[in-house]
Write a protein that binds this ligand. Sequence first.
Ligand SMILES: [Zn+2]
Length: 144
Amino acid sequence: MFITAERAELFIELSALLGEDLLERALRLLDEWSFIIYYTADRLRSIAELSSKRNLAHVVRVVPGVNYCKCRYFQRCVLQLTDKEEGVEEGEQQDQDINRSNQVSFTCEHVLAQRLHWLLNLEPRAQILTLDQFRYFHNDFYED
Ligand SMILES: [Zn+2]
């Protein structure tokens, strides 16, 4: 990726705001993952799809401008939800878990990578979806 002095400055500020780890993970996504934007025919609504170039089954969708993601990191560190499958009881145990991981984050690497992609004017592939297709992705995005 081409890094100008201006961009270097931006990354230093982002790193201070969001944490170095998260920023590094997001930058790795920019390098190693493909980005595609799905639009409705009127182009009013869009969903970004990030997919790993190495593992095509690894796909994450986010909505541009919306700070939400279905990934585990977002659920745990942003929403502060614990994993149900770990069988953690609510209450004390949950508090301990959060204290132990001590991770509170504003967003996840997918949302951040999508925003950086847009900020850096990296042209994603774009594809128009039918309303039905778009609804399917949209429902999938918000469904738990
Ligand atoms: Zn995510």
